[in-house]
Design a protein around this ligand. Sequence first.
Ligand SMILES: *[C@@H]1O[C@H](CO)[C@@H](O)[C@H](O)[C@H]1NC(C)=O
Ligand SMILES: *[C@@H]1O[C@H](CO)[C@@H](O)[C@H](O)[C@H]1NC(C)=O
Length: 263
Amino acid sequence: MNIMLPLLVILLSLLTVTTFANFNNGVDITWGGGRGKIAEGGELLTLSLDKVSGSGFQSKSEYLFGRIDMKIKLVPGNSAGTVTAYYLSSLGPTHDEIDFEFLGNVSGEPYTLHTNVFSQGKGNREQQFYLWFDPRMDFHNYTVVWNPQQILFYVDGTPIRVFKNNEAHGIPYPKAQPMKLYSSLWAAEDWATRGGLVKTDWSKAPFVAAYRGFSADSSPKGSWWSQSLDAAGAQKLKWVHDNYMIYDYCKDSRRAPPPECFL
Ligand SMILES: *[C@@H]1O[C@H](CO)[C@@H](O)[C@H](O)[C@H]1NC(C)=O
Ligand SMILES: *[C@@H]1O[C@H](CO)[C@@H](O)[C@H](O)[C@H]1NC(C)=O
């Protein structure tokens, strides 16, 4: 019995907490009957949607805190009625979840980026944005930093949303349930585009979203572990909120805003 072996395994597992994942060993395509594909030796992943089915994948690993980066190129052309969901979730009735959802649109009209945070099964914390570029033209970098103090959402390194740990004020914060990364492309023409007014043009199917550059760092030694916004980051966040935010649950007069909106 080699007593060094367990030591080696422990060392290796410490070294591989930062993964710049080849899709072949980083994710599983979980549904879609062949509509999800990994190409270029694991560098590129595509999901497709047609009238019969969409498709989706999930990470092999789960994370309890981490920094997750992915480059995504959304469905080109007329993507009305399609939704590309990209999220971390622990699943189940009291799940924690951190959501990016991209709602398609007709050509020339802007995609809507929908975000949400669930803690212990409770969400209803939607914020929606337009982007300062057309996300169908090229790959852009979508990042979640989730550490014990806050959740930061970034697009190409620009912070678009911060959800703080306000447990001190009795507001549950995701911190105990590991989450996996999930993504899927699916049809939601009854609500996705202009609230369901614009339907999917199925003559344009299959619709395809593409992914590259998946990396996950869950080592508490990473700088993300204590990451927060500095003054320049706070200014960028304000720029996004002033110019690109189209919905904020804290400012919705039709709902009673939850307690964190008053902090
Ligand atoms: C994506 O953005 C994050 C910053 O939010 C950055 O740290 C990371 O290096 C970027 N990744 C790529 C592949 O550009
Ligand atoms: C689609 O474009 C319309 C018109 O510009 C806009 O009102 C809407 O917010 C856009 N996004 C979605 C998902 O409907």
